[in-house]
Design a protein around this ligand. Structure first.
Ligand code: MRU
Length: 368
C-alpha cells in the first residue's frame, strides 16, 4: 500500500541485501519510522514488543529472524535454538508456527551457504505468497460488499471492524481490510466503523491510519459502541481478522471480537472473518478450550501513549495507581456466531465441513 505516494510492504530486505527493515508500528500514527533488524534477537524483540504485529506479519518477521540467525551460523543447532526462541515470542497467532515450520522443512536438509541462500529465498516466497493470498481474500470479500451495496441500491455500506487486520498486520493488502480497499477503489460507497481496540488501540492508531491514507471514509468509535450502532441499523456487516481459527471454525481474534459477534448475532448483522489458510490450526477443534490466549503486561491497560498538543509523544497513567489490571490479548468467537469465513479460496461456512469444502486436501489430515 502507499504512504505519501511510495509503495511499502511492512517488511523487506534492506539495500545491503541481508538486514531486514520494518515499519515501527508502536510509533504510528504519529511517526512513520523504519527500523533495521540485524539479528534474530532483534526480530524476536520486534515481535514481542509489537513493533510488528498481526498474525501474518508476525510469521513473516519470524521467517526473516531465522535468516538473520543463519547468517551468523548456519548450523543445525542455531536453526533449532532460533526456531524455539522465535516460536516463544507470541503464543496465539498460529501463523508464527506455520512460517517457522515452512522454513525449517526446506532448510533442514541443507547446510552452509545453500542453507542461508534458501532461507532468504523462502522468507521472500512466504511474503510474496501472503501478498497474493490477501489479494484473493480481498476479491472474495469484495463480492459480499458488492452484494450489500446492490441491496442498498448504492447507499453507503457501513462496515464495522475490530483491531487492525489491514496491510500493517500482513505483508500487504491485509485480510479484513483488503475487501474494503477493493470496494472503495471500485467506487462502492463504504464507511468503516473503526473500534479503537483497547488497550493498545490498534484500531484508533493503525486501522484509522491505513484507511485515512487510502482515503477510505471511516469513524473511530470506542470499543463499547458497537452494540448501539448495530441496534440502530448503522452497521451492514462486520469483518474482522483472526490469529488462529480451529478446524471447526472457532475464531481467536483481538480481545473484544467475541462481544461484537454477540451483538451482531442479536441484531441480525452478518459477521465475517477474513483469513489466510496459514491462520487455520487444523489440529484444534474447540477454540474456547484449546487456543492459548496471550496475557500481556498490565501496564498496557493502566497506561496510554499519545501525542501532546506540542507534538511530544508521552506515556501517561490512566488508572487508579496501584490497582491491578488484567490484559487478555485475545478472545474466541465460537463458530456459530460467524456468518462466513472469507479465505483466499472463497467464502465458506465456519464449520469443519465448510473449511474442508475449500481445503479438501485436509480431509484425511493431509498437508495444505
Ligand atoms: O495483538 P495484535 O495487534 O498482533 O493482534 C492482531 C489481531 O488481532 C488481528 O486482528 C489478527 O492478527 C488478524 S491480522 C490479519
Amino acid at each position: 500500500m502507499k504512504i505519501d505516494g511510495i509503495h511499502y510492504r511492512t517488511i523487506w530486505v534492506a539495500d545491503d541485501g541481508w538486514s531486514v527493515e520494518i515499519i515501527d508500528q508502536t510509533r504510528l500514527p504519529h511517526e512513520f519510522a523504519i527500523v533495521r533488524l540485524e539479528t534474530a534477537d532483534d526480530a524476536a524483540r520486534a515481535i514481542k514488543d509489537m513493533l510488528v504485529r498481526g498474525a501474518p506479519l508476525i510469521g513473516a518477521t519470524a521467517a526473516y529472524g531465522l535468516c538473520l540467525a543463519l547468517r551468523k551460523d548456519a548450523s543445525d543447532e542455531t536453526l533449532a535454538r532460533t526456531y524455539d526462541m522465535l516460536l516463544a515470542t507470541r503464543p496465539t497467532a498460529v501463523n508464527l508456527k506455520y512460517s517457522l515450520d515452512a522454513m525449517r522443512e526446506v532448510l533442514l536438509p541443507l547446510a552452509g551457504a545453500a542453507r542461508l541462500e534458501t532461507a532468504y529465498a523462502t522468507a521472500a516466497r512466504l511474503c510474496d505468497e501472503d501478498v497474493e493470498i490477501c489479494r484473493l481474500i480481498g476479491e472474495n470479500g469484495l463480492r459480499i460488499i458488492r452484494g450489500l451495496a446492490e441491496a442498498k441500491q448504492g447507499a453507503t455500506v457501513n462496515i464495522l471492524t475490530h483491531c487492525n487486520a489491514g496491510w500493517l498486520a500482513c505483508v500487504d493488502w491485509g485480510t479484513a481490510l483488503a475487501p474494503i480497499y477493493m470496494a472503495h477503489d471500485e467506487g462502492i460507497a463504504v464507511q468503516v466503523w473503526v473500534d479503537e481496540t483497547r488497550p493498545r488501540n490498534q484500531g484508533a492508531s493503525l486501522t484509522a491510519f491505513e484507511l485515512g491514507r487510502h482515503g477510505v471514509p471511516h469513524t473511530i468509535v470506542p470499543d463499547n459502541a458497537g452494540g448501539h450502532l448495530m441496534q440502530h441499523g448503522l452497521v451492514d456487516m462486520c469483518i474482522v481478522g483472526t490469529d488462529r481459527t480451529t478446524a471447526t471454525g472457532d475464531v481467536a481474534n483481538k480481545i473484544g471480537t467475541y462481544l461484537k459477534a454477540l451483538a451482531a448475532d442479536a441484531n441480525g448483522v452478518p459477521f465475517y472473518v477474513a483469513l489466510p489458510h496459514t491462520t487455520i490450526d487444523w489440529t484444534l477443534s474447540d477454540g474456547v478450550r484449546e487456543i492459548e490466549i496471550e496475557q500481556r503486561s498490565a501496564r498496557e491497560v493502566t497506561h496510554m501513549t499519545g501525542r501532546t498538543e506540542k507534538g511530544e509523544i508521552v506515556t501517561v497513567e490512566i488508572a487508579a495507581p496501584g490497582s491491578p489490571a488484567a490484559n487478555y490479548g485475545f478472545d474466541v468467537t465460537p463458530a456459530r456466531y460467524v456468518t462466513g469465513l472469507i479465505t483466499e479460496r472463497g467464502v465458506c461456512a465456519a464449520s469443519r465441513e465448510g473449511l474442508l469444502s475449500l481445503y479438501p486436501e485436509r480431509r484425511n489430515g493431509g498437508a495444505a
